[in-house]
Design a protein around this ligand. Structure first.
Ligand code: GUN
Length: 293
């Protein structure tokens, strides 16, 4: 069994990005600039945005966080998005999700100029990804594919079972894995909360991508020996062993499942750091106008 070290790969990619940014600035080009809109004080969202800001520093990017309270109106958010769309210094921006219930998330996403949509959530980017055109690919699926690439895991003809059908992870990662590309070229099954006999699908999987948000869901009796497991789950569970009083738990019962696998990602330190670095990569591509003019 080999542990897939997402943190190590992410650190290496951040160094590659930082080197490219210094080359850009030494040519007199501007620093890439990522902005983030953060609404309210959700613990997870605060942490993610803090990690994104730190990653920007490590990559040599400028970053701006625009904060609103939970009672922000949809029109205030739409105005903020319009300003970022029009700001020539901002190369890309994100609106950290989830948003409060009174805000129409889809409307917010569609207000973002797709050329600055470094999260890859806008329908233009989602659609272009699904037909294999250049686009901003959302960060978690891209991070997963990059891990498979860097660990030289052969996905051709493999049976890949994706657990979860979210717009952020399940659907796009299924698209990427079935794409005529490497990594890709897999036979993909998407299972979700309504799937009957999930275990039967899992037992035939060469690659399992678990993105349900259900801690410890994948147990040893569901895994074929030699399978590759990518665990996207990051549920906060109470813990007496950490300062914060919680720890992150993945969708896979790691201790029981890991000995069976050929490769497995830990939580934390697997997919999480790759998600952040993929956002950095998209921001660099936006600053360099490599996807759209
Ligand atoms: N919430 C959970 N994941 C993400 C992400 O990748 N981007 C944004 N904007 N919000 C999220």
């Amino acid at each position: 069994m080999e542990l897939i070290d997402g943190k190590k790969v992410a650190d290496a990619i951040k160094q590659e990005i930082a080197a490219e940014v210094s080359a850009m600035t030494s040519r007199g080009e501007k620093q890439p600039h990522l902005a983030a809109i953060l609404v309210g004080h959700d613990g997870g969202s605060e942490t993610y945005v803090a990690h994104k800001v730190k990653a920007c520093e490590q990559c040599g990017f400028r970053s701006t966080v625009i904060r609103y309270e939970d009672d922000v109106t949809e029109s205030e958010l739409l105005d903020a998005i319009a300003r970022l769309n029009a700001d020539p210094d901002v190369d890309g921006f994100i609106v950290q999700l989830p948003l409060p219930r009174h805000i129409d998330e889809q409307r917010i996403i569609e207000a973002i100029d797709y050329r600055k949509d470094v999260d890859g959530f806008h329908p233009v980017n989602v659609g272009r990804m699904s037909i294999g055109l250049p686009c901003f690919v959302s960060a978690t699926p891209q991070g997963i594919v990059e891990l498979l690439r860097r660990y030289d895991i052969d996905t051709r003809g493999a049976h890949c079972v994706v657990l979860g059908r979210s717009n952020i992870v399940g659907k796009p990662v299924a698209q990427l894995m079935m794409q005529k590309a490497l990594p890709g070229d897999a036979t993909v099954t998407v299972c979700h909360s309504r799937t009957k006999n999930i275990k039967d699908y899992l037992l035939s999987a060469d690659i399992i991508i678990a993105a349900l948000g259900s801690p410890g869901f994948v147990t040893a009796d569901m895994v074929k020996p030699g399978a590759v497991i990518i665990d996207v789950g990051t549920t906060r569970v109470p813990s007496t062993e950490t300062k914060s009083g919680f720890r992150l738990k993945g969708d896979v019962d790691f201790d029981a499942v890991a000995p069976l696998c050929s490769y497995i990602t830990p939580v934390p330190g697997g997919v999480g750091p790759m998600t952040i670095v993929s956002l950095m990569k998209n921001t660099l591509l936006a600053a360099q106008h490599k996807i759209y003019d």
